[in-house]
Design a binder for this molecule. Structure first.
Ligand code: PMP
Length: 427
């Protein structure tokens, strides 16, 4: 038995499924997940000493690569001053000011420790602000695992949402309406039917949890207009796409101003940090100023804030996003060329440092489109690449991530492996 297999068996005895977050278990692709021992730049190494090119980047945070020397130095500098105080610090002001500067719709920011907390708290705030209960989300968008957000569509527009997880009461799911992503007509219909009951609409403006699916600009514009017209709070969940698709996030890319924004991943530089924020008049409803309660023992943790601040500084280097986008496009264009040569039906898309690979002739626009991909072929491709030392997301429903440490040599090595993988798929 290999070391990874032994670790997986040992893990499964004390940790459900052997993992602390389900997708890590390789359930959809099969096989044993490598147990990671260390990382550096674009690589990580498993417990057997095998090196992988990492296209997950901890699912988004590692935009400057693993253990960037300047981030490491920033963390080491604050570490000796204490790990957590439960009292305010100046660095929390600095990171809030930095976020407000880069994303001007974030007039005020509240720090939390995970994306789940950010979206859950933003929803409560929107409900407290509007005195309404109903929320709207979109099929295929993931916003963390709060009860109201683990909901799928009912059988019709006016029916109640259904829980997608055991343990979510139907009484909670019924307040969530789920619509098709990028479908402006369904949006108009929903707002026409119950627009004045909607507290908030939450959306990933660039979706990264059903593989990568771009929000359609007209769809997002319609959504903004309808929320304004009906007094519903528009929440952009930029936990994944914020500081990933562009310096100002998806909202800068599309030129659309949400009322509230949720952030995570990049703003913690790999440490547990996330945030929500937005319009000052809405944020004023948050405790201790207002009646909407929200709190956190480790919120604004000094080590997480130091890693986040340094990461936010590094991504503001001139040309950072131009280079990151160019490298990501080099990868996706190269993969598409390999697939074409092997005559394997395939397409790919990239925005900033985020990408999608689809075993599908055309780039998908909805969850239904993604579901029509050739999943068995993806699984084979995934394992061929893993065997060649390239670690893509272990699911056809996840996006991938490139960091500024993925240089030409790393991309070329990936494409060399992909040429063989696609050739094997064609055979
Ligand atoms: N929103 C989005 C868009 C996400 O991608 C994620 C995590 N992948 C979350 C929320 C939840 O964040 P966390 O895992 O930190 O709770």
């Amino acid at each position: 038995m290999s070391t990874n297999q032994a670790l997986f068996e040992r893990a499964r005895r004390v940790i459900p499924g052997g993992v602390n977050s389900p997708v890590r278990a390789f359930r959809s692709v099969g096989g044993t997940p490598p147990f990671i021992a260390r990382a550096q730049g674009p690589y990580f190494w498993d417990a057997e000493g095998v090196r992988y090119i990492d296209y997950i980047g901890s699912w988004g945070p590692m935009i400057v690569g693993h253990v960037h020397p300047e981030v490491l130095e920033a963390v080491q500098r604050v570490l000796v001053n204490g790990f957590s105080f439960g009292a305010p610090t100046e660095a929390e002001i600095e990171i809030a000011e930095e976020i407000a500067k880069l994303m001007p719709t974030m007039q005020q920011v509240r720090f939390v420790s995970s994306g789940t907390e950010a979206t859950m708290s933003a929803l409560r705030l929107a409900r407290g602000f509007t005195n309404r209960s109903r929320i709207v989300k979109f099929e295929g968008c993931y916003h963390g695992h709060a009860d109201s957000l683990l909901v799928k569509a009912g059988s019709g527009l006016l029916t109640f949402g259904n829980p997608t997880s055991a343990g979510v009461p139907a009484d909670i799911a019924k307040h969530t309406t789920v619509l098709e992503y990028n479908n402006a007509a369904a949006l108009e219909e929903a707002f026409g039917a119950f627009g004045d009951e909607i507290a908030a609409v939450i959306v990933e403006p660039v979706a990264g949890n059903m593989n990568l699916v771009r929000g359609n600009p007209e769809f997002l514009k319609t959504l903004r207009a309808l929320c304004t017209k009906h007094g519903a709070v528009l929440i952009f969940d930029e936990v994944m796409c914020g500081f990933r698709v562009a310096l100002g996030g998806a909202q800068a890319l599309y030129g659309i101003e949400p009322d509230l924004t949720c952030l995570g991943k990049v703003i913690g530089g790999g440490m547990p940090a996330a945030a929500f924020g937005g319009r000052r008049d809405i944020m004023a409803h948050l405790a201790p100023e207002g009646g909407v309660y929200q709190a956190g023992t480790l919120s604004g943790n000094p080590i997480a804030v130091a890693a986040g601040l340094k990461t936010l500084e590094l991504i503001q280097a001139p040309g950072f996003y131009e280079r990151l986008s160019a490298q990501t496009a080099r990868l996706t264009n190269g993969l598409a060329a390999c697939a074409r040569d092997a005559r394997v039906p395939f397409s790919a898309d990239a925005i900033g440092g985020m990408f999608g690979l689809y075993f599908n002739e055309t780039v998908p626009a909805s969850f239904a489109d993604v579901s029509r991909s050739d999943i068995p072929r993806f699984n084979t491709f995934f394992h061929k690449m893993l065997d060649a030392g390239v670690y893509f997301a272990p699911s056809a429903y996840e996006a991938g991530f490139v960091s500024s440490a993925h240089d030409d040599a790393v991309i070329d090595a990936t494409l060399a492996a992909a040429r063989d993988a696609f050739a094997a798929l064609a055979a």
